[in-house]
Write a protein that binds this ligand. Structure first.
Ligand code: OAD
Length: 228
């Protein structure tokens, strides 16, 4: 069975009502990530950081997968599909995809500030100051903040290097190391980039650029790949 590796970003969830980061009304065009998504922000004003993630977690809780997430599930009829997502939402899981690696954490989980191995599934959108792990330490959002290491990058690079086909969906390809994963894919395999602002990534060969929204471009691409 051929392996398809799919790198997704905020754009795949945009049509589910989850804001992206760098589009016109994107989060980082309205707020400074240094104030909300960094270890320094957490040290300075943890209540504000909790409030920001509670707001986003509620949106994710109420969102539904869209045609883009749903189409990717169909690919599993014919391919070994490995999704590497920069997204912290769980819409690929809820659509039904099987193999999903989260590079930047998961918003529906909380993590101990004392022991990073203690990760908890939340059953509600609100995480409060005073919510503690079993060792008595404050819980923080299970998110990779700016300036923090990306622990899943090594397995993601390994998976990328084994792709027979590589898809990139809804990402601006500006955040590293995530954006470098396409470089790990073999030179000669087919690659597709679905995003209304998709561009020819320099140094990447065999890349077909599909300038469409995920809800339209992904189902079309999936149909083509299933017909091959
Ligand atoms: P960005 O906000 O940087 O890019 C979103 C991309 O989605 C842009 O290229 C848009 O053109 C595209 N887009 C918008 N609507 C779309 C649609 N309907 N269908 C397809 N594409 C669409 O988001 P990311 O590239 O995901 O990190 O950003 C990477 C990381 O930066 C995020 O994981 C996050 C952020 O800071 C952390 O939270 C650690």
């Amino acid at each position: 069975m051929k392996r398809i590796v799919v790198l997704t970003g905020a754009g795949v969830s945009a049509e589910s009502g989850i804001q992206t980061f760098r589009d016109g009304d994107g989060l980082w065009n309205k707020y400074r990530f240094e104030d909300l998504a960094s270890p320094q922000a957490w040290a300075r004003d943890p209540e504000l950081v909790q409030e920001f993630y509670n707001w986003r977690r509620k949106i994710v809780w109420e969102a539904e997968p869209n045609e883009g997430h749903i189409a990717l599930v169909r690919l599993e009829q014919k391919y070994d599909v490995q999704i590497i997502t920069q997204n912290v939402d769980d819409l690929h899981e809820r659509a039904g995809s099987k193999n999903i690696l989260h590079l930047h954490g998961e918003i529906k989980k909380a993590r101990s500030t004392a022991d990073p191995n203690l990760v908890y599934e939340l059953d509600h959108w609100e995480l409060k100051m005073g919510d503690k792990c079993e060792k008595g330490s404050q819980l923080r959002p299970h998110i990779v903040w700016f300036g923090e290491a990306v622990p899943m990058i090594e397995p993601a690079a390994e998976i990328s290097s084994t792709a027979d086909i590589f898809l990139v969906i809804g990402t601006s390809m500006v955040v590293y190391p995530a954006a470098s994963l396409i470089i790990y894919a073999k030179q000669d395999i087919p690659k597709y980039y679905v995003d209304p602002k998709a561009f020819q990534v320099s140094g990447v060969s065999n890349l077909e650029v599909i300038k469409k929204a995920a809800g339209e471009g992904v189902p079309e691409l999936v149909d083509t790949l299933l017909d091959q």
